[in-house]
Design a protein around this ligand. Structure first.
Ligand code: HPA
Ligand code: ZN
Length: 329
């Protein structure tokens, strides 16, 4: 199966921290991890739901301390992404996961920026950054984070909303997203991963998002599916993530074909690839193996990824042309 050129629109940079790099950074920073060996750490990558994953994800962010740590993290992701056909990446980061433990936004953004600034040249991957607010923390803290980000807006394309979804509806962040939009930022939000279809409606109507991250539970509301199809609002679906976090039992049961059949603008992404068993091309391959998606369907997903991106028209069209002339084998 060819490694198709594609955009990745839903990847958390903190979720690309491979166990090997976690140990390297822990050693460099004089930190003792709760897991004595890499194998022990890998064995902990078994999750029952979103929260059980987030507990480990946030605990491992502690190894990220210096600008160089963030540069190394992003550089490792970009290297792997390039091998998986990624030509453009819109990358989430969680400032509050760092500022709340005393790491400044400057450190995070200078570190990530050093890797992203050379990405097109070194890896052929154009990039954008999406600043995510943690929805299980107060909206006032999100607003404060947005204020801290103001001097860095040249590095930030959009805001997003992530972390524990159930019980934390988008409506809580309406004024934060209004403020972000006033600053010229695009808006996305995780919705309908573990939360109900009503959270997707809220993300659309109150947060006025350009895309929905995950969104698979839209299928519980036919009016919502019809609306998403009519507006061609993109969904950034993450199949491996849904299986590992048990939103879906097996890849063979994944609703992605139903979403495509309903005429939605579906994209496929890796979410937290170090934790969920694979990067973006691995997800595409999984869909072929377990859901029988043929090359035409996979090419449509790759094309959708460019259509749904925040890329300027010229590069977007160039990448679509590259995909369309990419050989089948
Ligand atoms: N869902 C919600 N929040 C997250 C995720 C996710 O899959 N990954 C990192 N933060
Ligand atoms: Zn996510």
């Amino acid at each position: 199966m060819p490694v198709l050129p594609k955009a990745e629109l839903h990847v958390h940079i903190e979720g690309t921290l491979e166990p090997e790099l976690a140990f390297t950074l822990a050693e460099r920073n004089g930190i003792t991890l709760p897991h004595p060996t890499i194998d022990d750490l890998r064995a902990a990558y078994s999750f029952t739901d979103l929260q059980s994953f987030l507990d480990l994800y946030y605990s491992l962010t502690d190894v990220l301390r210096t600008e160089q740590d963030f540069t190394d993290l992003a550089e490792a992701y970009l290297t792997r992404a390039a091998a998986q056909g990624v030509r453009h990446a819109e990358i989430f980061f969680d400032p509050q996961a760092h500022t709340t433990r005393g790491i400044s936004l400057d450190t995070v953004l200078n570190g990530l920026g050093a890797a992203l600034d050379t990405s097109e040249q070194h890896h052929g991957i154009s990039t954008a950054l999406i600043l995510c607010f943690l929805r299980d923390r107060p909206a006032t803290e999100a607003l404060n984070t947005l204020r801290q980000a103001r001097p860095h807006l040249d590095r930030i394309t959009a805001v997003g909303l992530d972390s524990a979804e159930a019980g934390h509806p988008p409506e809580k962040f309406t004024h934060v997203f209004d403020a972000a939009r006033d600053l010229g930022l695009r808006c996305v939000a995780h919705a309908g991963e573990e939360g109900p279809a009503s959270y997707i409606w809220q993300a659309l109507n109150l947060l006025k998002v350009d895309r929905i991250d995950h969104g698979i539970r839209c299928l519980e509301d036919p009016d919502l599916v019809a609306h998403l199809a009519a507006t061609q609002t993109p969904l950034t679906v993450c199949p491996f993530s849904n299986v590992r976090l048990r939103a879906v039992q097996n890849l063979a049961d994944h609703p992605l074909p139903a979403l495509m059949d309903a005429g939605l603008l579906v994209t496929v992404n890796s979410d937290d690839p170090a934790y969920f068993g694979g990067y973006i091309h691995d997800n595409y391959q999984g869909l072929r193996q377990h859901l029988g998606l043929d090359e035409t369907a996979l090419r449509r997903l790759a094309r959708n990824s460019f259509t749904a991106s925040f890329l300027p028209t010229q590069r977007r069209d160039a990448l679509i042309a590259e995909l369309d002339t990419h050989p089948a084998h």
